[in-house]
Design a protein around this ligand. Structure first.
Ligand code: TXA
Ligand code: MG
Length: 343
C-alpha cells in the first residue's frame, strides 16, 4: 500500500478495513495495530482460522488468546455470569489496555481458551483496530504478532520482519503508543486477581473497584505471559543496578565483549559501548523498550545491559517485562565473583 492506514481519515479507514474484514471472514490472518502491541488476528468464532494463529506463532495449544471486541456491550455475547466489577472497569478503561478474564459463553471455541472455562476480552484503543472490529462485526482472537516467547512487535515493520508471509494482511497503524501488553485482570474467581501488570496499574484498578486485588503468585503458569522467560531477545539481557552499571560495562569490555547499554543517564560509560538513553518515566520506557530491544538484537552484541528500573509500583509493568527478558539467559557468574563492587 502506498499510504499507511494511520494516515487515512475515518471514512477511508472504514473502506480500507472492508478488505481486512473480508480476509477475516474467509478464515485468514490479519495483523493489526492496537495501542499496546500489534496483534495477529483471526475470526474468534472460526476454530480453523484460530488454529492457524497457533501454527504461525509456534504457540503451545494450552495458552489462551484474548478476544478483541468493538464495544463493552459485546461482553454479553462472549461471557456469562458477568460481575458488576467488569462493567465498572469496562466503562472506565475501554477502549484501553485492560484485558478482563471472565467465565466464557458457550459460543467461544475451545481453541481460543485453551480448553479453560474462561475467556479474555478487551476493547483496544486504536482507531484502526476499532474500525476493523466495527466493519468485521465479530470478535477477533489475537495474541501479540510475534513468535512464541519473543519480544512483542510495536510497529508494522516488526511484524513483517518476524512473521513475513505467514499472514494474509498487515494493517499499518504506526508505532503503538503504549508499547507493552495490556494489564490482565482475572474476574472469574471469588476475588479479582492481577495476572499480568500493564499500563493500567494495580492501584488504579483498586481505586475503581474499591477493594484490594490479589497479585501474581508463584502458582503454575496459566498464561504464557507469566512464564519466567518471555518477551526475550536472542541477545542475553542483564539488569544492572545503576550504581554498578559503569563497572559492569568496563568488566565486559575488558573481556573483549561488545555491549550495548540502555539506561536513563549515561554516567561515565566508556565510548566503546553503545549507549541508548531511555526516558525517566515508566510510560516512556514502556513505549520504547521493545523497539530498542529489537534494534539491538540484530546487531549481535554479546550482552545488552539494562539499568534496573526503580522499585516503585508505577514501574511494575516495565520491571516485569525486563525481568522476563533477562531471565531467558541467566548469567552464570554473579558480579561479586568478577570483583565488581558498588562504587
Ligand atoms: O495488549 C495485549 O494484550 C496484546 C494485544 C494484541 O491486545 N495481546 C497480547 O496477547 O498480549 P498474548 O496472547 O501475547 O497474551 C495474552 C495473554 C496470555 O498470557 C494469555 O494466556 C492470557 O492473555 N489469557 C488469554 N485468555 C486467558 C484466560 N481465559 N485465562 C487466563 N489468561 C488468559
Ligand atoms: Mg504475547
Amino acid at each position: 500500500r502506498a499510504v499507511p492506514e494511520h494516515m487515512l481519515s475515518t471514512g477511508e479507514l472504514l473502506t480500507a478495513n472492508q478488505g481486512a474484514a473480508e480476509v477475516l471472514r474467509g478464515g485468514g490472518l490479519v495483523a493489526f495495530p492496537t495501542e499496546t502491541v500489534y496483534g495477529l488476528g483471526a475470526d474468534a468464532e472460526n476454530p480453523a482460522a484460530v488454529a492457524r494463529i497457533f501454527a504461525v506463532k509456534g504457540r503451545p495449544a494450552d495458552h489462551p488468546l484474548i478476544v478483541h471486541i468493538a464495544t463493552p456491550d459485546q461482553i454479553l455475547h462472549w461471557a456469562r455470569e458477568i460481575p458488576t466489577m467488569a462493567w465498572h472497569l469496562a466503562r472506565r478503561y475501554w477502549p484501553g489496555p485492560l484485558t478482563l478474564i471472565l467465565r466464557r459463553a458457550s459460543c467461544v471455541p475451545d481453541i481460543v481458551t485453551g480448553g479453560q472455562d474462561t475467556v479474555g476480552l478487551r476493547v483496544p484503543d486504536h482507531p484502526l483496530a476499532l474500525a476493523l472490529l466495527k466493519v468485521f462485526g465479530g470478535g477477533i482472537a489475537a495474541p501479540s504478532a510475534n513468535r512464541f516467547g519473543r519480544v512483542s512487535p510495536t510497529t508494522a515493520a516488526h511484524v513483517r520482519e518476524e512473521l513475513g508471509d505467514a499472514m494474509d494482511l498487515i494493517l499499518d497503524g504506526g508505532p503503538c503508543h503504549v508499547g507493552i501488553e495490556s494489564t490482565i485482570l482475572d474476574l472469574s474467581g471469588h476475588q479479582p486477581r492481577l495476572l499480568r501488570p500493564g499500563a493500567i496499574t494495580l492501584a488504579e484498578i483498586e481505586a475503581v473497584l474499591k477493594q484490594p486485588i490479589a497479585q501474581p503468585g508463584n502458582e503454575a503458569p496459566r498464561v504464557p505471559g507469566m512464564l519466567r522467560s518471555h518477551y526475550a531477545p536472542k541477545t542475553p539481557v542483564c539488569l544492572i543496578p545503576p550504581a554498578y552499571l559503569e563497572a559492569e560495562v568496563r568488566w565486559h569490555l575488558g573481556q573483549g565483549q561488545r555491549v550495548a547499554v540502555l539506561s536513563r543517564i549515561a554516567l561515565l560509560l566508556p565510548d566503546a559501548c553503545l549507549w541508548k538513553g531511555m526516558p525517566d518515566y515508566p510510560a516512556g520506557w514502556a513505549r520504547e523498550l521493545y523497539a530498542r530491544l529489537r534494534a539491538l538484537d540484530v546487531q549481535c552484541f554479546d550482552y545488552i545491559l539494562i539499568e534496573a528500573p526503580p522499585i516503585g509500583a508505577d514501574w511494575q509493568a516495565v520491571r516485569d517485562r525486563l525481568e522476563r527478558a533477562a531471565s531467558a539467559h541467566p548469567i552464570s557468574s554473579p558480579r561479586s565473583s568478577r570483583g565488581i563492587s558498588a562504587p
